[in-house]
Ligand binder design. Structure first.
Ligand SMILES: Nc1ncnc2c1ncn2[C@@H]1O[C@H](COP(=O)(O)OP(=O)(O)OP(=O)(O)O)[C@@H](O)[C@H]1O
Ligand SMILES: [Mg+2]
Length: 358
């Protein structure tokens, strides 16, 4: 039985529908990440699971029971918000104990659970401080502690790291991963950061305009994006996508004619002739001879990140593509380079629907 099930879930604000028939089965102990651009409905969906937002249509089940009409306090779910929402006049300990106290737990239970959560989150030294006397990362831990002490059946996180600086965000991301490894609690985590999504998730749900584009394991989404939207959203740099017409090349491969005029042959690719959007990742292109090239052009920008070197290449037809160069390759702006990939690295999409076709 799924821990949480969304069945044909919809949300409208008046005439404006912001969530369209969402179906997701969340397994017990799973870390599910909702990702997508601003305004796609991530927070709305999370708040509906929490019971903070009414459901306009469809069914939400927790532990096999329909909970559409159940108030948040009866759902056995704890939510951690982006702004932490700590009580400023209470100490860390009181903040963490508050929810349990309201539910009528006895002092011994409260003390035990607060001590255990403080231990897990390494916040014992701060228990008597007020939130204003803590750093952003420490406040974030307290907000998680407040959720943990409730021992809920599921945790909901809405962009919990977005207020932290880059270094702390990486640190807390690791903390959350470790915490999930220890507690194995069902978790739904909202972010617009695809790196957070890729690193934390058992499965990712990519949303676009209130619609689920694809649900899958991180590498499944990376290697076989079901749509152009997912292809462009997951992975950095963004996947190169180009309009092209494909036809058989007479030797078992395929001739690709880019809309901008250049042509090249892809050995070993069998695809029905027609119009496509082709996609290839920067990391799947390698320097090659002029004869073997899919793409040729001058390096417009070279980004050296230490462990990786990215180049942005201006093609003759006026488009630009990104490539990851071998890390020790000498490369300068203005160099003319030839690049190719393999048939397996080419993603094909239907230009009308944007859906994957290979
Ligand atoms: N109370 C409301 N009334 C009308 N429209 C709303 C309301 N709350 C949210 N919306 C709309 O619903 C859509 C989804 O909003 P939501 O907050 O879920 O997006 P999000 O994916 O969490 O975005 P972000 O990444 O910016 O937090 C948006 O278009 C938003 O304008
Ligand atoms: Mg949001």
């Amino acid at each position: 039985m799924s821990a949480i099930s969304l069945r044909q879930v919809r949300k409208s604000y008046g005439a404006l529908q912001v969530i369209h028939d969402v179906d997701i089965e969340i397994e017990s102990g799973e870390f599910l990440v909702l990702v997508g651009p601003s305004g796609c409905g991530k927070s709305t969906l999370l708040r509906m699971i929490a019971g903070l937002e009414e459901i306009s249509g469809g069914e939400l089940l927790i532990g096999g029971k329909v909970v559409n009409a159940l108030p948040p306090s009866d759902r056995d779910i704890a939510m951690v918000f982006q702004d932490y929402a700590l009580y400023p006049h209470m100490s860390v300990k009181e903040n963490m104990a508050f929810g349990l106290k309201m539910r009528g737990a006895d002092d011994k239970t409260i003390d035990g659970r607060v001590a255990k959560a403080a231990d897990i989150l390494k916040i014992q030294p701060f228990l008597d401080r007020r939130p204003a006397q803590l750093s952003g990362g420490q406040r974030q831990r307290v907000a998680m502690g407040r959720a943990i002490v409730r021992e809920p059946s599921a945790f909901l996180f809405d962009e919990p790291l977005s207020n932290l600086d880059a270094a702390l965000r990486v640190e807390m991301r690791l903390e959350i991963a470790k915490l999930h490894g220890r507690m194995k609690a069902t978790t739904v985590y909202v972010t617009h950061d695809q790196v957070e999504a890729m690193t934390l998730a058992d499965r990712i749900v990519v949303m676009n305009g209130g619609v689920v584009e694809q649900v899958g394991a991180p590498l499944e989404l990376y290697h076989r994006p079901a749509s152009l939207f997912v292809a462009r959203f997951i992975g950095s740099p963004t996947m190169n996508t180009l309009e092209a017409t494909l036809s058989a090349d007479g030797t078992g491969g395929t001739k690709v004619a880019l809309a901008t005029g250049e042509t090249f042959a892809v050995a070993g690719l069998a695809a029905p002739a027609g119009a496509y959007v082709i996609g290839v990742r920067a990391s799947d292109l390698t320097p090659c001879s002029a004869e073997a090239a899919w793409f040729s052009g001058a390096v417009a920008v070279a980004e050296r990140l230490g462990s990786q070197t990215f180049g942005y290449i201006e093609l003759a037809g006026g488009t630009s593509i990104s490539v990851e160069f071998p890390r020790d390759m000498e490369i300068s702006v203005g160099d003319h380079v030839h690049l190719a990939g393999t048939a397996g690295a080419l993603h094909l999409f239907d230009p009308k629907t944007g859906r994957r076709s290979n």
